[in-house]
Design a protein. Structure first.
Length: 243
């Protein structure tokens, strides 16, 4: 897994994301709203909400925005209903793609996602058509730019907390967990004073596609279009890239 470092890709997209803070906050607000709507408005008792709030705070979303999203979901404010939908399909070069969205208009979003695929040489498939090619795992990054972390100690502590795998990549430790162990490992590392640069439950490809240069360019355009859609929450693909 370390051979295709997720952290390298995350770091390279940070600056571009900074220019889209308003859109990122909107996505976090939708995720918080849905988590609170399906459970309750207390992050201490609603694990999904706690994870959504943590992700929002990691992107410096203001507390007022977070509180407003929770109040909308729990009846404190008038709000719209968001539906969570997953789209699966193939991009150019046979790259498998999963797109998670939160939308208040299923028909509008379906049309926009379908248009993005078609415009860039891809096609949507049925549910389950590519998801079997991915594994759902917890993913945590601890940066060590100053080289102050003892690698052996970090490895032993992460494994003791419940981690499945750990790798040192580009001055950062990438830690992988089973989804059900993610929160325990994350909380353990925080309690032991490790600064977490990234923490999420996400999807990892079992194998990687290697499209030619032309198809890779189309894939990048497709990903950009999907990311620019205000309803898109997450995009997962299995394109091997050094981006």
């Amino acid at each position: 897994m370390a051979g295709h470092s997720k952290w390298n890709n995350i770091k390279k997209r940070k600056n571009a994301q900074d220019a889209k803070k308003g859109k990122i906050f909107m996505r976090h607000a939708k995720e918080i709203y849905t988590a609170a709507k399906e459970g309750d408005g207390n992050p201490d008792t609603n694990a999904s909400l706690r994870l959504a709030v943590d992700k929002a705070r990691a992107d410096n979303m203001p507390n007022d925005n977070i509180d407003r999203a929770i109040k909308k979901a729990t009846g404190g404010l008038d709000g719209v209903h968001y539906e969570e939908i997953t789209y699966e399909g193939y991009g150019p070069g046979g790259v498998a793609i999963i797109v998670h969205v939160l939308t208040d208009s299923k028909n509008r979003t379906a049309g926009e996602i379908r248009h993005a695929f078609k415009k860039n040489g891809g096609n949507l498939g049925e549910n389950g058509s590519v998801s079997f090619m991915f594994d759902r795992k917890g993913y945590i990054v601890v940066e060590d730019t100053n080289g102050t972390i003892n690698e052996e100690e970090m490895t032993l502590e992460a494994i003791e907390a419940g981690a499945e795998d750990i790798a040192l990549v580009e001055e950062a430790y990438e830690i992988y967990t089973a989804p059900e162990d993610f929160q325990d490992v994350r909380d353990y590392l925080r309690e032991h004073q490790y600064e977490l640069a990234e923490a999420e439950v996400t999807m990892f490809p079992q194998t990687y596609a290697n499209p030619n240069e032309e198809d890779m360019e189309k894939m990048i355009h497709l990903i950009d279009m999907l990311e620019d859609n205000e309803d898109t929450q997450d995009i997962h693909h299995n394109m091997a890239t050094t981006e």
